[in-house]
Design a protein around this ligand. Structure first.
Ligand SMILES: Nc1nc2c(ncn2[C@@H]2O[C@H](COP(=O)(O)OP(=O)(O)OP(=O)(O)O)[C@@H](O)[C@H]2O)c(=O)[nH]1
Length: 316
């Protein structure tokens, strides 16, 4: 498999001949940790976006592509909306709203256990300016009593009417298939944009970097700041069909580099081994993974790093 796209080429028109197909974009928008990445993975049926208990793990727009009957639904997993302070945060917010503006349907995802906090109130206010059909998704229903759910749905719809309200558990999958079918029916008629077997348009090397970053965050919990990042520097296909991948983990301080390496290199070894087996699964081939850890001060002020993550560099 090449390093082009995860599963195919966006340029071909892959719709089955002679059938009335539908195709469109669904933006998922919501507060950090509402469960957007988990939901995209559940909707698509495979892992396309990294998930973590920490907030703001999603940085770039990662799409999942689902097929439902004659519809192809392209989900845009937007970075969580929050009050931006740092430049990187502002870039993520701009990118999130950009994704919503281009979509055919905009979904507001709410963590039903948290309900309407300041963050989702602010998003709700901003959603009023969006013209596309809006859908409310109450997620994490496995953690909430039915009565509270109904109150929450009524409360939010009273503030702003939604075309549909869904109650789902992205984690258990409850309600997800029914919602996918309804969303599929809301897509405009048109040919499919992607081949039938394609689940994401994120390049494999970017997915591979996301996987390593996920392992890094899982392993190091609170010891590592969000400013750390992973880049795939080399992706070489070997004669035997395996790939040799070199990735660099960038941190901002020497002390963080030591944490990532761990005593006797043990931490980085574990991260590497977990990441390698998962990248091999996604790439569908044997993987040789080499990880390097480098200190790069103030990378979050460097425009080139933003472009690599598919984000605009915000002015000011
Ligand atoms: N119990 C329960 N937990 C869930 C559900 N959906 C997501 N989670 C958990 O909530 C946490 C956050 O999920 P993510 O999918 O990373 O959230 P996100 O909205 O993509 O987060 P950002 O990338 O920070 O914007 C993870 O620990 C998930 O396992 C659900 O339906 N039920």
């Amino acid at each position: 498999m090449s390093d082009e796209n995860a599963g195919g080429n966006a340029a071909e028109n892959a719709s089955p001949a002679g059938e009335a197909t539908r195709c469109g974009f669904v933006a998922l928008i919501g507060a950090p940790n509402a469960g957007k990445s988990t939901l995209v993975n559940a909707l698509v049926g495979t892992k396309v976006s990294i998930v973590s208990r920490k907030v703001q793990t999603t940085r770039a727009l990662v799409r999942g592509i689902a097929l439902e009957g004659e519809s192809q639904v392209i989900f845009v997993d937007t970075p969580g909306i929050f009050r931006p302070k740092r430049r990187l945060d502002r870039a993520m917010v701009t990118s999130a709203w950009g994704g919503a503006g281009d979509a055919d349907v905009v979904c507001l995802l709410i963590d039903a256990r948290k309900g309407l906090d300041d963050e989702s109130e602010a998003i709700l206010g901003k959603l009023a300016d969006i013209r596309q059909p809006k859908v409310l998704i109450l997620n994490k229903v496995d953690l909430v009593q039915k009565e509270k759910l109904l109150h929450l749905a009524a409360d939010i719809n009273a503030r702003q009417p939604f075309a549909e309200t869904f109650m789902v558990s992205a984690l258990s999958g409850s309600g997800v298939a029914g919602m996918r079918a309804k969303l599929a029916a809301m897509m405009p008629p048109g040919p499919w944009l992607y081949p039938e077997d394609q689940v994401s348009d994120a390049p494999l090397r970017m997915l591979a970097a996301e996987i390593t970053r996920e392992k890094l965050f899982e392993r190091l919990h609170d010891e590592l700041p969000y400013s750390s990042t992973v880049e795939t520097e080399q992706w070489q296909e070997m004669k035997d069909g395996s790939v040799r991948i070199e990735q660099t983990i960038y941190v901002e301080r020497e002390s963080q580099r030591k944490i990532v390496l761990g005593r006797g290199g043990q931490t980085i070894k574990t991260i590497g081994s977990l990441a390698r087996s998962e990248i091999a699964e996604v790439a569908e081939t044997k993987v040789h993974l080499f990880l390097f850890v480098k200190v790069r001060e103030n990378w979050s002020d460097d425009p080139a790093r933003y472009r690599e993550m598919g984000l605009e560099f915000p002015k000011g």
